[in-house]
Design a binder for this molecule. Sequence first.
Ligand code: NAP
Length: 284
Amino acid sequence: MTAEVINGKELAKDLREEMKQEVTALKDEGITPHLTVVLVGDNPASKSYVSGKKKACEETGISSEIITMPATASEEELLEVIDKLNADDAVHGILVQLPLPEQIDEDRVIEAITPAKDVDGFHPINIGRMMTGKDTFLPCTPYGIVRMLKSRNIQIEGKHVVVLGRSNIVGKPVGQLLLNENATVTYCHSRTPDLAAFTKDADILVVAIGKAHVIGAEHIKEGAVVIDVGVNRIEDGSLTGDVDFEAAKEKASYITPVPQGVGPMTITMLLENTIKSAKGVLQY
Ligand code: NAP
């Protein structure tokens, strides 16, 4: 079997076209969706993610601003910036780019963002709402994955989903969202002995480990759906996933590539959350 490739870039492009129309309609009502991104320090990867987000906003008609702070900024200084953004009615979404310098407590910062503007979906209130199946800002990468599956009408209900990785931003929430869709979910992590024993039983395998090509054909059940979240820079400078794409695509029914897979969908869900915030549909 050769897998169909779910191209996240193409899907994201289609969704962003629809969003442009929504943004135009909101502007006609006098509402301009606005996202503010706060970047602390000069981590090159973070800078590149932030500029990608700004570009995506521009293309969709969403207004955006990047506030940059030096790597030496204190937690109090960052919390002051967040307080001002929380109080500014023109700001619909606040995103603090992670990771933060070590003098700043990430949890404190995430909890300082008002849940009503937490378009990353990381605030404990939004995580709690997600866990209880309520309407909320869903975390962007996990939500993007669900949308990729749905875009191909891939059945989730009743399927065995195996998630590799249990981070708060990818592994745990993607398992929860797929549980909400009535999948049976198994989580694996670095302490799981014999990973293949679990992965080989997966109808849908979500890999979010952060290690290049650790998952090969021997880990995959014939006809499984393989979602590769990993982004790893290898020796030749190119980006690759956690899955050996060439080997896996001969066994899977659907597979996502890296790049042009989950990444563009993550940014697209950020845009969607910002528009949702501007519409004011969520009550807190
Ligand atoms: P993370 O916080 O480092 O978590 C990695 C997880 O993988 C941990 O739960 C860890 O287990 C587990 N793990 C590590 N090595 C393992 C192994 N050999 N076998 C089984 N489990 C193993 O990473 P993350 O933030 O979730 O990100 C994961 C990957 O996705 C990274 O490559 C990241 O760049 C990428 N990512 C992509 C996007 C996107 O939009 N495309 C967004 C976010 C992240 P323990 O918990 O036991 O340590």
